[in-house]
Design a protein around this ligand. Structure first.
Ligand code: 1GP
Length: 248
């Protein structure tokens, strides 16, 4: 059943053409405050906050960060978990995701088996998503034991994305990895978009309005930025530039 947050995302995609997510990692100790960034990101027009990180090890840090963020923003806070540790009762929803091109069953279905009872107990809205790591893959690729798909083989990304849709997942995420030198190429996004009807999310290495627009023009329904946000002092402005670039 489609919940409130998922409906909100779909409505925003219909209205705006392409939406923006701000990814925050409560595990990073780079001196920035998640709640401050979230507030600025909302001012800049971001559609939702995603929270999580490949190396997150403290559910206490996650709970604290979400509670502080929730005091600052009205946009939904969606968990982007690395495993059962990434589940928090304080979030509005969870990407209930499977790393489809992992080499280990843990990231495909075992972590989900461990987390699902908790998601149910907390009454969290779960949004099923297929997660596909491509290119460098970065830390997410390493931690997730992924076999990242080369940018030269968009057909493989199409296959996984179609598998996600056919399994009933309602979103697919093409991930280049946080801090990737090259974001997912427009040709790969376009190939996937041509074959699936579920919304396509992309992220990893998108740092400016040009890269965001290229992804949108290729067919992306949502763009995720993380690192860029944390490095910028003018978060709101920077996000606003990206949001204006990708909005119809
Ligand atoms: C990582 O795709 C996201 O999961 C965001 O990547 O940090 O490079 O923006 P960046």
């Amino acid at each position: 059943m489609i919940g409130k947050v998922e409906q909100y995302l779909k409505d925003r995609i219909s209205e705006q053409g392409c939406i923006h997510f701000t990814l925050l990692d409560p595990d990073k100790s780079s001196g920035y405050d998640c709640a401050d960034i979230a507030r600025e990101a909302e001012k800049g027009g971001t559609t939702a906050i995603m929270i999580g990180g490949s190396t997150l090890a403290s559910s206490q840090d996650l709970d604290d960060a979400i509670q502080r963020i929730k005091k600052e923003v009205k946009v939904p806070v969606i968990l982007f978990p690395n495993g059962p540790m990434g589940v928090s009762r304080h979030a509005d929803a969870i990407w209930f995701m499977s790393l489809l091109n992992s080499q280990t069953s843990y990231y495909i279905i075992d972590a989900q088996m461990l987390a699902a009872p908790l998601v149910k107990r907390y009454g969290l809205e779960a949004i099923p998503m297929g997660y596909v790591i491509c290119g460098e893959g970065c830390v997410a690729g390493y931690v997730g034991h992924a076999r990242p798909i080369s940018y030269r083989h968009p057909k493989l990304a199409v296959g996984y994305s179609l598998a996600a849709e056919t399994l009933g997942m309602r979103f697919v995420y093409l991930e280049a990895g946080s801090g990737a030198r090259e974001p997912i190429p427009p040709a790969m996004i376009a190939a996937v978009k041509k074959h699936v009807s579920i919304p396509v999310i992309t992220g990893g290495g998108i740092r400016d309005p040009e890269a965001a627009l290229a992804a949108k023009n290729a067919g992306a329904d949502a763009i995720v930025t993380g690192n860029m946000v944390e490095e910028e002092s003018l978060v709101g402005e920077k996000i606003s530039e990206i949001v204006s670039a990708i909005r119809d």
